[in-house]
Write a protein that binds this ligand. Structure first.
Ligand SMILES: Cc1ncc(COP(=O)(O)OP(=O)(O)O)c(N)n1
Ligand code: TZP
Ligand code: MG
Length: 208
C-alpha cells in the first residue's frame, strides 16, 4: 500500500451514525475524497448475521466504485469472504503471523500499537501500517485506552520512518495538524465525519 492512502481514513459502522443513513454518509465521504475506509460494525446495536454481511457488501461496493481500499475491522473471516482489500486488528484480536498467513501477502494488514514492543512486533511480522492512539479523548470506543497525546507517535515515526502510520482517537478538523506534525501519515476518524453537519466539507478540511 501507499502511505498517502492513510491521509483521511474514515471508519464507520451503523452504530456510529445513530439515526442518520450510514450509506449516504459513506457516499458523501467518498465523493469528498476519503483515502481509505474501515468497516467497523461493533458494540451495542451492531448488525449481526446476514444483515451484517449485506451492509458490509453495500459499503464495499461503494468503496470499489471510488477506488478506495475497503478494510474490515477485526473480522478476518468476513474480509476473506468478501475479498476485502485488508483487515485492521488490535493486540487482543488475533496473532499477527496468523492474520498475515490467512490474508496472504497482497492484502493490507493494519495493526494497533501502543508501545515500542508492539511496534517492533508489527515491523517484524510485516504489518502494512500501524494505527496509534487514542491521541485525544474519544467517545467512539467504550474500551479505549487513556488519551496518549503524540509522544509515542513521534517516537514510532522516528524508529520506523518507512512504516506508514495513522493516528486515531478524538481527531477533528481543529486538531489534526498535531498528529501529522508528530509524524503520522494520516488520521483515522469516526465521529468528526459521522456526526458532521456537512460531511463533504469536513472531509475536504481534513484533506487541506
Ligand atoms: C486505523 C485504526 N487504528 C486503531 C484501531 C483500533 O483497533 P482496536 O484496538 O482493535 O479496537 P477496535 O476498533 O477493534 O475496537 C482501528 N480500529 N483502526
Ligand atoms: C477505534 C478507535 N481506536 C482508538 S480510538 C478509536 C475511536 C476513534 O473514534 P473518534 O474519531 O470518534 O474519536
Ligand atoms: Mg479490534
Amino acid at each position: 500500500m501507499k502511505r498517502e492512502q492513510l491521509r483521511v481514513y474514515f471508519i464507520m459502522g451503523s452504530t456510529h451514525v445513530k439515526l442518520r443513513e450510514p450509506l449516504s454518509i459513506l457516499e458523501q465521504a467518498l465523493d469528498a475524497g476519503i483515502t481509505m475506509f474501515q468497516f467497523r460494525e461493533k458494540g451495542s446495536g451492531a448488525l449481526k448475521g446476514q444483515a451484517y454481511e449485506s451492509f458490509a457488501r453495500e459499503c464495499q461496493q461503494r468503496c470499489r466504485s471510488y477506488g478506495v481500499p475497503f478494510i474490515v475491522n477485526d473480522d478476518i473471516d468476513l474480509a476473506l469472504k468478501l475479498d476485502a482489500d485488508g483487515v485492521h486488528v488490535g493486540q487482543e484480536d488475533a496473532a499477527l503471523p496468523e492474520v498475515r498467513q490467512k490474508m496472504g501477502s497482497d492484502k493490507i494488514v493494519g495493526v494497533s500499537v501502543h508501545s515500542m514492543h508492539e511496534l517492533e512486533e508489527a515491523i517484524s511480522y510485516q504489518a502494512d501500517y500501524v494505527g496509534i492512539g487514542p491521541i485525544f479523548a474519544t467517545k467512539s470506543k467504550d474500551d479505549a485506552k487513556k488519551p496518549a497525546g503524540t509522544v509515542f507517535l513521534r517516537q514510532a515515526a522516528e524508529r520506523a520512518p518507512d512504516l506508514p502510520i495513522v493516528a486515531i482517537g478524538g481527531i477533528t478538523e481543529h486538531n489534526f495538524q498535531e498528529p501529522l506534525e508528530a509524524g503520522a501519515d494520516g488520521v483515522a476518524v469516526i465521529s468528526a465525519i459521522c456526526e458532521s453537519g456537512d460531511v463533504a466539507e469536513t472531509v475536504r478540511r481534513f484533506k487541506r
